[in-house]
Design a protein around this ligand. Structure first.
Ligand SMILES: Cc1ncc(COP(=O)(O)O)c(C=O)c1O
Length: 446
């Protein structure tokens, strides 16, 4: 059977990658294989494996950074915890869009929110004697687990699919009541499933975090990108839902990669409420030289890891945040395109025999956003990754994300513009024709 991409070449590239299973490849490994197949066949894939922004960086940020560079900041070390102007704008940003007041002192830039996650894991799991575990509310971003491994931090995880709404309470408590969970983590909107926690769920998480002195690492990598509501207006409701409304035991990790299309700059933001930032704990001093949480964070962890964020970059983000906070740049409008693409792409898959795996936020359909999840009857996710490669479509298996939905894949919309929709439709239509449901015939590649 002829598939859109030459079968022999796909097979050959998979084999020469030397992986046990292409369906279990990491995002970057799959990315490499697809690059190689594209080079060998001259065919373009519908690239959905990697979550990279597909839009231009905002001119305001670029200009502000150039200006700072011209002023000579490049020769000077930046403060570890950020230049004062940026700290101020991060604090305003959090107030304007989440409606939470956090002093600029404990708002600071990090080298991507990835580094923010790393520092947060490091400091929370070394804060209190006897509390050193992490809990991931999955599905999640695989790299966060890698970070925990690199740090040598033990962790637990569970797939939240079956524990939405009030069921979340007893599930979470079953871990927290053991008393050794230092921090828990989730992303909201969720990478990979694009589910968003409801206020009821955030309240459950916050209340239990206070009860068990567990710190919530709230990863807001897709800040404001639940397009079902308009979160774009500063200081006006609706505000972005956050656990910060329900506990003081949290760390906000905000990325500028997707919401601001600044992934290449590697700059993110961390905001820690005063109560936690100024608190002391019995295990910090041995690790960081101070028992004060905030001091340990900045002068222990941040100093050791990167000693701050590149100086000019901070001014770029600062210029952009100022425009956003002043209502002069609507960052949500600039990335809404992803939601529009998702609506069409999901339809094309569903019309051609695929199903959306994570499809609901309790009673409400999930938003159209940066990612969505798909399955095809009769396939595991790992099998489907490979099978779709023959049809020129690349996506990662949910199995790599801590999901129990092993039939699923994560698809990212960012690199598929409208000009590719027809091609996508042709490819998924052929996929459905070639895999009649209920037939024994399944894997073409095997
Ligand atoms: C859930 C999640 N957290 C963190 C990150 C990393 O963000 P940054 O580029 O700011 O390091 C990503 C990027 O894909 C993500 O999906």
């Amino acid at each position: 059977m002829k598939t859109p991409i030459d079968r022999a070449i796909v097979k050959q590239e998979i084999t020469s990658a030397g992986l046990e299973s292409v369906g279990l490849a990491s995002i970057r490994e799959l990315n490499r294989i697809v690059n190689n197949i594209e080079a060998a066949t001259g065919e373009r894939f519908i690239r959905m494996e990697m979550g990279v922004p597909g839009l231009e960086p905002p001119k305001i940020a670029v200009d502000a950074e150039i200006e700072a560079l011209k002023k000579g900041v490049g020769s000077k070390y930046p403060p570890f915890d950020g230049v004062p102007e940026l700290k101020q704008e991060i604090s305003r940003f959090v107030k304007n869009f989440i409606d939470i007041a956090i002093d600029p002192v404990s708002c600071f830039p990090t080298v991507g929110s990835m580094q923010g996650c790393y520092l947060a894991m490091m400091c929370t799991t070394r804060r209190t004697k006897g509390k050193d575990r992490l809990l991931f509310i999955d599905p999640g971003f695989p790299v966060n687990k890698l970070q925990a491994k690199v740090l040598g931090v033990p962790y637990d995880h569970f797939d939240v699919y079956e524990f939405r709404g009030e069921k979340l309470e007893s599930k979470l408590e079953s871990y927290l009541e053991k008393g050794d969970v230092a921090a828990l983590m989730y992303s909201n909107p969720n990478n990979p499933a694009w589910i968003c926690f409801t206020d009821q769920e955030l309240e459950i998480i916050g209340t239990l975090a206070t009860k068990y002195d567990c710190i919530v690492m709230e990863d807001l990598a897709y800040f404001g990108m639940d397009f079902r509501k308009d979160y774009s207006q500063p200081a006006q409701p609706p505000f972005i839902p956050s656990v910060a409304k329900y506990t003081d035991n949290y760390i906000l990790l905000i990325s500028s990669s997707k919401s601001f299309s600044l992934a290449g700059q590697r700059i993110g933001m961390t905001a820690i409420p005063e109560k936690l930032f100024t608190s002391t704990a019995d295990n910090l001093k041995d690790w960081f030289g101070s028992s004060k949480f905030g001091y340990a964070y900045i002068f222990g962890a941040m100093y050791a890891v990167s000693s701050g964020v590149s100086h000019s970059n901070q001014y770029g983000l600062c210029g952009l945040l100022k425009a956003v906070n002043d209502g002069q740049y609507n960052f949500v409008d600039s990335v809404k395109e992803y939601g529009d693409r998702a609506a069409v792409m999901k339809r094309l898959f569903v019309e051609n025999g695929f199903q959306i795996v994570y499809d609901m936020d309790e009673g409400e359909k999930i938003a159209d956003g940066f990612y969505f999840t798909i399955s095809f009857p009769g396939f595991t996710g790992v099998e489907l990754v490979e099978e779709l490669l023959y049809y020129g479509i690349s996506a990662i298996s949910l199995t790599t994300t801590g999901s129990d939905r092993h039939e699923g894949l994560r698809a990212c919309v960012s690199l598929t513009g409208q000009d590719r929709f027809q091609e996508l439709e042709n490819r998924v239509a052929q996929f459905e024709r070639d895999h009649p449901q209920g037939s024994d015939f399944k894997l073409i590649g095997s």
